[in-house]
Ligand binder design. Structure first.
Ligand code: HXC
Length: 514
């Protein structure tokens, strides 16, 4: 090939030189992997194809700062992850702080377009100072183009963002428009306005970590669903999540055969719910005993812990699990848990993942704090999400199922397909204490020993009203089951609902409560 090939080799050499030893040391000294190491680690070995590696920056000079780099500070392309096609881009903090210029943005939108056209997930590895200052409005337009594609791809292909360095200003909105956000502990942060602006406007001193570090976003704001101790573990986490997701909204999630028998009887489930109705237990113990091989991949485990959500398999089929957590706030529903549940359900519905609900909920959390912050409109998000979802929806009522929470947590009335109840289920308009206080106010006021009478009436209410058999006889639940058989019961219903098909009224969009 002669001269033509020499030129090809020369270009490859230039690219290599851009990534010399110094390049690696710079990122490693920050406790981070380089953009190239990250993307190569994400894809199966040898499978990554890079697009536009040689494309130069758009140029533009402001205050003597010129943009110049092969690839314009982002590595983009496609390959296989766990043997399945995927697209990704990885921002390079070593090149102009990973800032986003016009060419950088065009590379990202190229892979977004290819992913949407071919029906494969997009993974964004973000490490960027945001809009490239010297390119001005062209870089803002670049973000706008990315955001538009994030929205078009929403519910069509899974979109995952990993924050592995800074994500500041409006740049946070691309991750926020995607389905899941991962963060590396101690080296990543996200905020709309940084500590300097906070200081100027509010005179508050705050560090980047306190303002928008991984801990804050995974436990307080709910912005990030996953935190890993470093970049390498974070990438393994993304790979694990992908094993539960279909490549697009037309496919089903990956079925994985395993040797856990679908008719496994789990006697331990009979004793998990304590005799005392006010005693807590960990609902994750129930989940692990029911799902294949006890493997449960929890989503947003540090946020709104009164509701547990995550992925697992039953008989090899992927399911999304939503479970009240009696161990935290007695499992009551508040604003954060309603929003967490709604978002999880919306994703499951978009991507054909059946939803299994384990219910033990005393009701919505009362109080001025919740009311003033909008438990009405936020609780409505959960109700809306469950009702709108057309994937198979199965409920198991473990214990408490009271009032509005009974309705919201996938009752048959809002479209739940099948409801089981354990013999320990308490289904009623309200809990025994509240009900007796209202129904028997006069008798209690006249009693010689009101406390003893209340105890007696509460026990009677539990026996006669707050049990699963009334709902069973009226058809509001389908079966009262032996807890030990929960796994096989769910599996059978999952199988029969496999071909579930329902159509919703035609409309442009529903007006989701916000
Ligand atoms: C151009 C940038 C840049 C940017 C960083 N760099 N951010 N260049 N445009 N936005 C360059 C720096 O000049 C420097 O170049 C190199 O990247 C590394 O940056 P440092 O500041 O030395 O690194 P560090 O101390 O780690 O600080 C990182 C940082 C800081 C916190 C991200 O750089 C920073 O505050 N950048 C600006 C963040 C920001 O406000 N971005 C705009 C957000 S608004 P040299 O040549 O010296 O190595 C936005 C609008 C989006 O993004 C709109 C969407 C709606």
């Amino acid at each position: 090939m002669g001269i033509a090939f020499d030129k090809y080799l020369e270009r490859q050499k230039q690219l290599e030189e851009q990534y010399g030893a110094e390049y690696y040391a710079k990122q490693h000294n920050r406790g981070k992997l380089t953009a190239r190491e990250r993307i190569l680690m994400l894809f199966d070995e040898g499978s990554f194809e890079e697009v536009d590696a040689f494309i130069p920056s758009a140029g533009g000079t402001t205050f003597g700062k010129t943009t110049k780099a092969f690839g314009d500070g982002v590595i983009a392309g496609f390959g296989t992850i766990n043997g399945r096609q995927a697209y990704a881009y990885s921002q390079d903090f070593n090149v102009m702080g990973g800032s986003l210029g016009a060419v950088h943005a065009a590379k990202i939108t190229k892979v977004q377009d290819m992913a949407l056209k071919t029906g494969h997930p997009v993974i964004a590895l973000i490490d960027s100072g945001g809009a490239r200052i010297q390119e001005g409005v062209a870089s803002l337009n670049g973000y706008a183009n990315i955001f538009r594609r994030n929205v078009l791809a929403s519910g069509v292909v899974p979109q995952i963002s990993a924050i592995m360095g800074p994500a500041a200003g409006g740049a946070v909105y691309s991750p926020a428009l995607t389905d899941f956000i991962f963060m590396s502990e101690g080296t990543s942060y996200m905020f709309v306005t940084g500590p300097d602006v906070v200081k100027q406007v509010l005179n508050e001193d705050v560090t980047t970590e306190q303002l928008g570090g991984a801990k804050v976003h995974s436990s307080k704001s709910g912005v990030a669903q996953f935190v890993y101790q470093d970049d390498a573990n974070l990438i393994l986490g993304i790979k694990r999540l992908l094993t539960y997701l279909p490549s697009n909204n037309i496919e089903n999630p990956p079925f994985v055969q395993n040797d856990d028998p679908t008719d496994r009887v789990e006697v331990a489930l009979r004793d998990i719910v304590p005799e005392d109705p006010d005693k807590p237990y960990d609902v994750r113990d129930v989940i692990r005993l029911v799902v294949d091989k006890g493997r449960f991949f929890e989503v947003a485990e540090n946020f709104a812990q009164n509701l547990v959500v995550g992925y697992a398999r039953i008989g090899g089929y992927v399911v999304g699990i939503v479970a009240n957590q009696p161990k935290v706030m007695a499992g009551s529903l508040d604003i954060d848990s309603s929003v967490k549940g709604a978002r999880f359900i919306n994703f499951c519905n978009a991507f054909n993942i059946p939803i299994i609900t384990f219910e033990d909920v005393p009701g919505f959390l009362p109080g001025t704090d919740q009311e003033h912050q909008g438990i009405i409109r936020n609780g409505a998000k959960l109700l809306y999400a469950y009702t709108r979802a057309t994937v198979p929806k199965i409920t198991v009522i473990l214990r408490k199922s009271y009032g509005g929470a009974y309705i919201v947590m996938n009752s048959k009335g809002i479209g739940g397909d099948y409801s089981f109840a354990w013999p320990t289920a308490e289904i009623a308009v309200m809990g025994p204490d509240g009900a007796i206080a209202i129904l028997c106010r006069k008798e209690l006021a006249a009693a010689e020993d009101p406390a003893a009478l209340k105890k007696e009436l509460v026990a009677k209410y539990r026996e006669e009203v707050a049990n699963p058999y009334i709902a069973d006889e009226k058809g509001f639940i389908d079966e009262v089951i032996d807890p030990a058989q929960t796994r096989s019961k769910i599996y059978r219903v999952l199988k029969t609902l496999d071909n579930k098909s329902v159509s919703m009224p035609r409309r442009k969009n529903g007006n989701t409560p916000l």
